[in-house]
Write a protein that binds this ligand. Sequence first.
Ligand code: AQP
Length: 343
Amino acid sequence: MSRIFSGVQPTGNLHLGNYLGAIRNFVSLQADYECIYCVVDLHAITLWQDPAELRAQTREVTAAFLAAGIDPKTSIIFNQSQVPAHAELAWIFNCVARLGWLNRMTQFKEKSGKNKEAASVGLYVYPTLMAADIMVYKATHVPVGEDQRQHLELTRDIAQKFNNDTGKEVFPIVEPLIFGAATRVMSLRDGGKKMSKSEPSDFSRINLNDGPDLIAQKIRKARTDPNPMPGPEVLTPDGSAIAEDQLRARPEAFNLLAIYAALSNQPIASPLNEFAGSQFSAFKQRLAEIAVEYLGPIGTEMQRLMADPGYVDGVLADGAARAAALAAPVLAEAKDALGLLST
Ligand code: AQP
């Protein structure tokens, strides 16, 4: 049986990268899979979070899931800390994963910065908790943005080692689902960095709750280069993507083009044909219109839902009960395979 699991951290500033790289795909996968979508609050606290903001942000991510079109009746939506099986399996996986594996994780290196000694132990073992999130449901597929590929490879290694060590096929080997026209949305201020919640400049990202004027302003101010818009000659021979050397030379331009293609549901060749040789100003104006048209209703629905925390909390409570029922037998199977007695 195929089962989807994925999560988003309630760390504020939910942005277009989170939407195009992950949440939009969560919605489309509902048609073909049993889906479990989690607000990963235990991951969020690997860095300090203000308690009041954490509560608000947990409801905000839930509202974004709902506003984007995830159906809480067919899919499961819940926050991670309400299902203790995640943390229990994470401990087991801490005893399976090797230090050498975790030492290779680039996200820890980026997030811990220069002072690794001051980073929390939780930040270091973040990937083992992520592996537990997925494996506690025996999920087979995980839709994520490109930046999470390495963590999913680690999840596969942990599952494989657990199965080898115990001689039992307890956990499946998960497949990443990285798809869509924008799997790595870049910062609007620097095409070499991914769009991110923690970037200090708010003008580096489009937040899902930005109003129409702010969206248009951010797109107008987005960094480009002095050359006219590129045309279809920059595509790979099969016409499906931008050639690597072109991408490296003009990252900001191609980032905006990828956003345009994703939001207008067109292949990247369409805006290249439409705007080839023109100035960025005309293209940006059209992109702003498309972004406002697409994101406006999502932002409005998020605001409406966030004004009704009782409803949002009810969705999370219902989802947590259904998730806990799925997780319990898997955790019991893992414990039994290790020889942990339960009476
Ligand atoms: N720029 C991005 N482009 C495409 N996908 C992205 N994702 C994140 N940034 C981009 C995908 O969004 C999902 C949820 O991410 P997360 O909240 O769990 O954590 P994150 O990757 O740490 O998000 P940020 O915005 O990058 O936060 P900070 O600044 O804290 O590092 C994931 O599927 C992720 O791939």
